[in-house]
Design a protein around this ligand. Structure first.
Ligand code: 5GP
Ligand code: ZN
Length: 143
C-alpha cells in the first residue's frame, strides 16, 4: 500500500469506486472518466508502479482477471469488441502510478481507433535496423 496512491485508497475502501469484480489479489472497478460505457480498470491490490514490477503470480492474476472480465464486460454493455491496454510509464500516458489495465468496450461505428493509434510518428526502419532491434531485445530478455 502506498499512502498517496488513489488506487491503493480504493483498495483500502477509503475512496469509493464502482467495483465490478474482486479476488484476493485483484480488483476491477469502473473508470471514473470512462472512454466508453463499461470502461473498466483492472488492478493488482498491492501497489506496483510498472508492469515490470509485478511478480509472476500477480501478473498472472491480473491477466487472468482481464481475460475473464473482458467478454463479460462486452456482454454486459452489449459491445462489439474491446481494447485492452496498459499505459506503462508517464511518457506512455500513465497518470496513476499503480498498474492498471484498461478494458474499453468498443462499438461498431463508435469513431474510435485501434490501439495502433496510441504511438507517435511511425519510425521508418530498414530490415537491418529491425534485425538489430530484435537482437537488442532478445539480448535484453536473455533469449
Ligand atoms: P492512466 O492514464 O493512468 O492509464 O489512467 C488512469 C485512469 O484512472 C483514467 O482513465 C482516469 O479516468 C481513472 N481515474 C483517475 N482517478 C480515478 C478515481 O479516483 N476513480 C476511478 N474509478 N477512476 C479514476
Ligand atoms: Zn497504489
Amino acid at each position: 500500500m502506498s499512502d498517496d496512491c488513489i488506487f491503493c485508497s480504493i483498495v483500502a475502501g477509503d475512496i469509493p469506486a464502482r467495483t465490478v469484480y474482486e479476488t484476493d489479489d485483484v480488483l476491477a472497478f469502473l473508470d471514473a472518466n470512462p472512454l466508453a460505457r463499461g470502461h473498466t480498470l483492472v488492478i493488482p491490490k498491492s501497489h506496483a508502479r510498472h508492469v515490470g514490477d509485478l511478480g509472476s503470480e500477480l501478473a498472472s492474476a491480473v491477466f487472468d482477471a482481464v481475460a475473464e472480465l473482458t467478454p463479460r464486460i462486452q456482454e454486459a454493455v452489449d459491445a462489439d469488441a474491446a481494447n485492452v491496454g496498459i499505459n506503462d510509464g508517464e511518457a506512455a500516458g500513465q497518470e496513476i502510478p499503480h498498474v492498471h489495465a484498461h478494458v474499453v468496450p468498443r462499438f461498431e461505428g463508435d469513431g474510435g481507433s485501434p490501439i495502433h493509434a496510441v504511438a507517435g510518428r511511425r519510425p521508418d526502419l530498414s530490415d537491418e535496423e529491425l534485425d538489430a532491434v530484435a537482437d537488442e531485445i532478445a539480448d535484453a530478455t536473455g533469449a
